[in-house]
Each structure stands twice: as C-alpha cells, then as structure tokens.
Design a protein around this ligand. Structure first.
Ligand code: NAD
Length: 440
C-alpha cells in the first residue's frame, strides 16, 4: 500500500456511525479500535473500515437437548461469520458457560485478520455454545454437538464455513459434527462433506500434526523472532496460563527445545517449580485429573505469586483478557507471547510496552492451528495424506513468512507488533477488495 494515510474518520466515529458506542472495557470495541488504528496507518478506503467493523452474519440458535435424567435443557449457540472476501469462513467452535456474543464477534474478527496475515484462502468466523462441557456426560455432550450441527444446517459447509476445535471442544467433537453433517448430505456429496470441519481425529480425515499445530506454530514464531531480540530459546524460562490443547502442546514442544517451565496456572489452580516443571508428566496428570491441581512434582502457589514469578517469556494460553492492568503490573518478563486469542487488554499492553516488554500478538503466534486446519481441508479435498514431517515443514514456512511480514510492516510503519500484524492482514484484504470491488 503506497497510498498516503488519509484518516477520514476516527475509530470512535466509525463505531458510533454504526449505532454503537465505544466502551473501553468491551472486548469487541477494544479489538475493532486496534484494527481501525492499523487501517488508518495504511490509509485504506473508508468502505473497508466500515466492512471490517461489523461481521457479515451473526447467527443465534437455541438447541433443545434431552439430558440423561430425562429432563430437557435449551442451549444457546452462536455462529458469527465476519468476512469471506479471501475464501470460505473459518473458525473454531467454543463450548463455555460464560460465552457472550461480543466475545464470539471478537474471535471471528481475529480469524479474518489471522487468515489474512498468514495468506490462507479463508475468511473469519467463530461459533460457541453457552454451557460447561465438563458438567455433562459424554452421551449428553454427543447429543448437544449433533443438535448444534443440525441447527447450524446450511449455515456451514465445506465450501462456505468450516468449523474447528477451540476452548472446550476437541477432535471427538469434530468427529460428531462431521458425522452428523455427512448424514444430512446428499449421496453424491458425502465424500466432499467430510471436509466440513477440521481438527478431526486422524482415523477420520484428520491431519498429522493438527493436534499440536497451534503450539508448534508458536515455537516456529519464537524461532523466527527471538534471535532478533538477542534471546536464545534453550536458555529461557517461561510461565504459562492454561494447560489445554494450546498450553500443553506449547509446553511439551518448548521442553524439547530446552526452555524451562517455571509456573503454570489453569482453572484449578497455580503451580511453581524452580527446577522446572516436566510438561509431559503434567500433561499426563491433567489427562487423568482434568487440571493441574495436586501435581506432585511442583508446589501450589496463589494467583498473585503466579503473575509475579520472574521469567523470560510469559505465555497466556487460556481465555481472553486475563492479562489486565493489575496483572500486567505484576508480570516480570521480557516477552509476552499471546498463545490465546485476545489475552491482553489494551491498558495492560500499554503498560507492558512502557516497561520494555515486547508483546507478540495472537494473530501471529497462534496461527499454526488454522494453518494446519487449512492443510487438513486441502488434504481432504485432494484425497491426500501428508506425513507429519511434510505438515511441519509447510507450517514452518507459513509461520516464518508471517513473522517476517509482521517485522517488515512494523519497521515500515514504525508501529507495535500488534498494529503491524493487523496492518499486514488489512493490506492483503484491501488488495483483494480493490480488484474484486464491493458488490453491487
Ligand atoms: P482448551 O479448552 O483445550 O484449554 C483451555 C485452558 O484454559 C485449560 O487449561 C483451562 O484450565 C484454562 N482456563 C480456563 N479458564 C481459566 C481460568 N479462569 N484461569 C486459568 N486458566 C483457565 O482450549 P485451547 O484450545 O487450548 O484454547 C486456548 C486458547 O487458544 C483460546 O484463546 C483459543 O481461542 C486459542 N486458540 C486455540 C486454537 C486451537 O487449535 N485449539 C488455535 C488458535 C487459538
């Protein structure tokens, strides 16, 4: 983009033009504002800013499901489709008791940005069902998932909108979704229908390397960026929020590189070990017990101690906005690596940057998941099976190129890594709109 910046309206003006008002504590408006600030650095056309500010579609569902004891419950579900100018909508399905529409809108917007930054042929979406998956039986979980898939109906499709796992969902959830969708598909479309979701089990069209992909991608981003900060991964210590798919795989892969895990926090508590926590043993403990609490090889600590533990890297890999200003004041690290989506509030980020902490943004750090999802979708459509070596090799290329794109953009626009990651994404979207036009 060589056009000189021509900021026609501030982020607040655009948001109020759309009938909303800017609320600095609202995650959606925080995220939209950061995206619009990056758009202003590029000087993109007004219509693009308007388009990015709201999702194309917001679907809301209520799914009645019979529980094991014979009673009925109504589950509220969302699918937000933010933008599909680059390709089919793509984004995870979250199961969480506290999920809200604004959170799903935020995550869908971030998916648009993430796919564009990594130059994947996908748009952005996100879905959620408001319930606690840990509070239902496996049979109930299956019925809820199949009912959700039926309710989504033609709002999803292998060429239109392709869900994947997120918080509270996994490969088994995706298998139930795919099986339900295939059962509804016409006979001649059943093979094609199997690419309706990614993150499936290996036996059912999943990709080698998908389960660890988000953690693996993050490690490749660190490989690309840490040397420029004079940091040597094998000599570094780190702490981690969240020990689910993303957190536990990040930890196991960083362990193989020699980095030392000092402290972990999840929904069951926080633990510390000065000698370093063995990620493989902790993953086994979490598999058996459901959380990190009572892990015998580390001492229990409180939340304040967890945040204050001095480390080189601080890696949030759980939910949004966990690193707020109060926590940011306690954190003592050199680099904050966003494995989770939107884990840092704008005030916390400002504080961390002022302390000299580098903040590596989520749309770069956790893009490994959607990248290998893209590889899975591509393998399904071409009836191919790639081995883990090939998947990792191609993932590394995407992550390295994305990291370089962010660095070059930060240098060109003299901005933070977050603004640069959004700008690099918006630049690509802008170029596609400039040739496609906006219908009609
Ligand atoms: P998960 O459900 O496997 O794990 C979530 C983790 O968060 C668990 O360890 C849980 O204990 C922890 N957690 C929940 N509430 C907490 C609390 N109040 N305090 C501390 N910890 C808490 O989910 P995941 O798939 O690992 O996703 C984690 C993050 O990464 C999310 O932001 C998700 O959107 C993002 N992400 C996931 C993928 C993927 O492929 N799964 C890809 C990209 C981004």
């Amino acid at each position: 983009m060589d056009t000189p910046p021509t900021p026609d309206q501030s982020a607040d003006d655009i948001i109020s033009d759309l009938g909303a008002h800017f609320d600095e504590h609202n995650l959606y408006y925080q995220t939209v504002s950061s995206v619009l600030e990056a758009a202003d650095l590029l000087g993109v056309p007004h219509q693009l800013k308007l388009i990015l500010t709201q999702p194309k579609n917001e679907i809301m569902m209520h799914c009645p499901v019979k529980m094991d004891d014979g009673t009925w419950q109504l589950f509220k579900g969302y699918r937000v489709q933010h933008n599909n100018v680059l390709g089919p909508y793509k984004g995870g399905i979250r199961y969480h008791h506290n999920v809200k529409l604004d959170e799903v809108k935020t995550l869908a917007l971030l998916m648009t940005m993430k796919c564009a930054l990594a130059r994947l042929p996908f748009g952005g979406a996100k879905g959620a069902l408001k319930f606690d998956p840990r509070a239902v039986s496996p049979a109930e979980l299956e019925r809820v998932t199949r009912r959700l898939t039926a309710a989504l109906g033609s709002n999803i499709g292998p060429d239109y909108d392709i869900p994947a796992p997120d918080v509270g969902t996994n490969a088994q959830t995706m298998a139930w979704m795919a099986d339900t969708y295939i059962n509804f598909a016409e006979s001649s479309r059943k093979v094609a229908a199997s690419s309706i979701v990614t993150g499936k089990p290996l036996q059912f069209g999943g990709s080698a390397g998908r389960e660890k992909a988000t953690g693996q991608g993050l490690v490749y981003v660190l490989d690309a960026l840490l040397p420029g900060m004079n940091l040597d991964l094998p000599k570094l210590s780190y702490s981690l929020i969240g020990f689910g798919n993303v957190g536990s795989w990040t930890a196991r892969l960083l362990q193989a590189r020699g980095a030392k895990l000092r402290a972990v926090m999840d929904h069951t508590g926080a633990i510390f070990s000065s000698a370093g926590i063995n990620a493989t043993n902790l993953a086994e403990h979490v598999r058996k017990t459901g959380g990190i609490k009572d892990f015998a090889e580390a001492e229990a600590i409180d939340e304040g101690t967890f945040y204050s533990t001095p480390v080189d890297l601080f890696i949030p890999a759980a939910l949004e906005q966990m690193v707020d200003l109060d926590n940011a004041k306690k954190i003592q690290c050199k680099v904050l690596v966003e494995a989770a989506n939107a884990p840092t509030t704008p005030r916390a980020e400002k504080h961390l940057l002022s302390k000299g902490v580098e903040v590596l943004p989520a749309i770069l750090c956790n893009a490994g998941g959607v990248t290998v999802s893209y590889f899975e979708w591509k393998q399904n459509r071409q009836a191919e099976t790639w081995d883990e070596f090939l998947v990792d090799q191609r993932l590394q290329k995407v992550m390295q190129e994305s990291a370089e794109r962010v660095l070059q953009t930060a240098d060109r626009l003299q901005c933070s890594m977050r603004s640069a990651s959004y700008a690099a994404a918006i630049d690509h979207i802008n170029q596609v709109y400039s040739v496609r036009g906006v219908f009609p």
